[in-house]
Ligand binder design. Sequence first.
Ligand SMILES: [Zn+2]
Ligand SMILES: [Zn+2]
Length: 421
Amino acid sequence: MSLLIRNGRVIDPAASIDGVQDVLLKGDRIERIGRALAVPDDTPVLDATGKIVCPGFIDLHVHLREPGHEYKEDIASGTRAAAAGGFTAVCCMPNTVPVNDSPEITRWMQAPERRALVKVRPIAAATLGSSGQRLTNFHALVEAGAVAVSDDGRPILGDGIMREALEAARRLGIPVIQHAEDTRVTQGAVMHSGATSFRLGLRGISSDAEATIVARDIDLAAETGAHLHVAHLSTAAALEHVRKAKARGLRVTCEVTPHHLFLTDEEVGDYDTNCKMNPPLRSEQDRQAMWEGLRDNTIDCIATDHAPHAAHEKDQEFDRAPFGITGLETALPIALMVASGDAQLAVRWLSSNPAEVMGWKEAGTIQAGAIADIVIFDPEQEWVFTREKSRSKSKNSPFLGKRFSGRVRHTMVNGRLVYSV
Ligand SMILES: [Zn+2]
Ligand SMILES: [Zn+2]
């Protein structure tokens, strides 16, 4: 089975390709890329004139809620939302019920019975039950398909256990992904500590609670030589620590979410629970620092931290509502906005850089011979994100009703169309 994607602007930063070309697929692979490719008359053609053809997006941070919280999301619905957002691979966090701390659950998540539409790459728990006490069996987890370890939702707090985790991960060549939050000082806090939290009378989460853990982790990464990946970086102070670590040549990488690039703590307004997430929306100065960090490569990539919650959970007092918002379907237009319309930059942040962070040579590129994981998007098309459009089971997004520029048109996984609009 062949398919010719004709006349699109092909962007593949990893292969230094950016220009109008044709892409010929054969089976699950890319057969050839070139100008005005000659193909047999009966080859099906997908016209991509005026659109961008690039490697499928890779999200290093999603919550698919299965097993345990299928009323919020399951692997089938979460990956439908991923495909609609242009993602062909998603790394799912282990804070399911039960916690994914075993090879059995890791395998179960990837089984065909889960009906995933895009590739699911589990991130397994670093400690049993993510309780921060005893390491899981990293070797067995990696054999079962885990691509990294993390206790996301919680930090790996103790110095000793974090050091052990980094050492074990280094031996296996996987990153430890840290949710950097000193929970000893954030108990009961629900939003960023600043003028808005003061006005609303809510307990605030300080920037320091993030920065101190990032600094501690960088010291441990230096000591162990391991790969530390900082999840959802949100403060200028933590960013500065990562900048210095990279300058020292340490293997430290990090991600930022679309919402930390786009919104500030002021958006919480009158206790809007769709603006409650952890880490919280920060100050305008922090938000600008995130843009800066992406542009100077201190921040490696954009990851959504897609965190679905049911309406009845978000529809309660701000203090009681759970942390998190959905994000898979609205990441591209926000990336394009931060890139000031430079599509190549957006593709780096969503495709090639996350692949590089994970050391995936086969992913994040569409050169000849590569697996055909492809997204085709219209960088100019305007559209409105609505509840009806959303493929996620949950609708907890601050972007509902928002007009965006830049829309995913087709998503292909292993050469198969999984989304088209
Ligand atoms: Zn987290
Ligand atoms: Zn998360």
